[in-house]
Design a protein around this ligand. Structure first.
Ligand code: KG4
Ligand code: ZN
Length: 363
């Protein structure tokens, strides 16, 4: 029997400060308290995230947010078993805030640290909490034989990944983007269409009023025969179309904006879904997972629902509240990492802005 574990988890890889306290009792994980402080309004002014600005904001909100979450959880530092933290990938100055904060906490409370890769957090947000409304207070850990191998599509502002998960913490990246991440493409096209930051959700809203068949944009690498992605060509195709419209007359672009958004969105979604369908045939997963910021996209959710039900594989989509960055997902992954012995100490932990492979723990 697994003893009760109480874990504090911290996420500061980009522009949200996430803090959570989770408790595992046997096969059950409970969120005792959690909070996310978003910096979206601050980054609107610059139309994107300036890493040093993000880092300063993490520093400002960290202590009050930690006090709030710990007090809501009814947990004192000394009650914790371990502290999990996102060590990468992400913006180096932002990651460093979280890592330095947990260094101090681990030293003061004499607790082990659990390094978590941001993307495995996204994987666990769907694996454990998939298809729940909102953040579930309690989740049951599924039987391994019901979920592995799992196939995950992680789509965010920084990443586009197809991942095979053979067992807890055992990941194999099957495909990734050669250039822009899909969320980045949404954000860049949104900016071309004059939409405010963060562009993805704005573009998606505008697309609802447009005809997705009006423009035929490329489905990059859809026929490449592998599971790799590329989105910069699609973004450039939209750019050239916008330039042509601007040359016509000043009103042409205004009239076409919603159609451009809808046509771009369809091309991006069809590319993701085409590769996902090929990956299902290759992996033959017990369950499919969709997570990351772009998993909030309605058209993508619907299209993946369709393709997985055609192939008779269940699909778990991260709840909307856990699609964006948060510390609940870092806590979920952290509990498995802790149980597998992935711990380190305050002098040894380090933030890694880039690393390509998810950590693999031999147990
Ligand atoms: O996971 P996330 O919060 O941060 C990263 O780790 O990158 O993802 C943010 C990304 C942004 O690019 C944002 O525009 C995109 O997710 N996004 C969306 C939607 N909601 C958020 N993209 C398309 N449609 C949406 N509804
Ligand atoms: Zn993320």
């Amino acid at each position: 029997m697994i003893p009760t574990q109480t874990l504090l988890a911290i996420e500061t890889s980009c522009d949200e400060t996430g803090i959570s306290v989770l408790r595992q009792e046997e096969q059950q994980i409970t969120v005792l308290a959690q909070a996310v402080a978003s910096q979206v309004d601050i980054h609107k002014a610059t139309g994107g995230v300036v890493p040093e600005v993000a880092a300063r904001e993490h520093v400002t909100v960290f202590r009050p947010l930690l006090e709030k979450v710990m007090s809501e959880a009814g947990v004192k530092g000394l009650d914790l078993d371990a502290i999990a933290v996102t060590i990468g990938p992400g913006l180096q100055p932002a990651l460093a805030v979280g890592v330095n904060a947990v260094r101090t906490l681990a030293y003061a409370w004499q607790k082990p640290l659990v390094p978590v890769q941001h993307l495995e957090g996204h994987v666990y947000s769907a694996l454990l909490a998939g298809n729940h409304e909102g953040i579930p207070q309690t989740v049951r850990i599924p039987e391994k034989s019901d979920i592995f191998p799992a196939l995950a599509l992680i789509v965010s502002g920084g990443h586009t990944l197809l991942v095979k998960i053979a067992d807890h913490l055992d990941y194999e990246i099957l495909g990734t983007t050669q250039d822009d991440a899909v969320g980045e493409a949404f954000d860049k096209v949104a900016r071309l269409l004059g939409l405010p930051y963060p562009g993805g959700p704005e573009l998606s809203r505008l697309a609802e009023q447009g005809d997705p068949g009006r423009y035929t944009f490329p489905r990059p690498m859809l026929k490449s025969g592998d599971l790799q992605f590329s989105f910069s060509g699609l973004k450039t195709a939209v750019l050239y179309t916008i330039r042509d419209l601007e040359k016509k007359d000043s009103l042409a672009l205004a009239k076409e904006r919603a159609h451009l958004a809808a046509s771009f969105e369809r091309a991006a979604v069809e590319t993701l879904v085409g590769k996902f369908a090929a990956a299902i045939k290759q992996v033959r997963p017990k369950v499919c997972l969709l997570a990351g910021g772009v998993a909030a996209n309605t058209r993508l959710r619907e299209a993946l629902q369709k393709v997985t039900s055609e192939q008779l594989v269940p699909l778990k989509i991260a709840p909307l509240a856990l699609c964006g960055d948060n510390a609940v997902m870092i806590g979920y992954a952290g509990l498995f990492a802790y149980a597998a012995g992935r711990t380190t100490t305050w002098p040894a932990i380090d933030a890694l802005a880039r690393f390509d492979l998810l950590p693999r723990v031999e147990s």
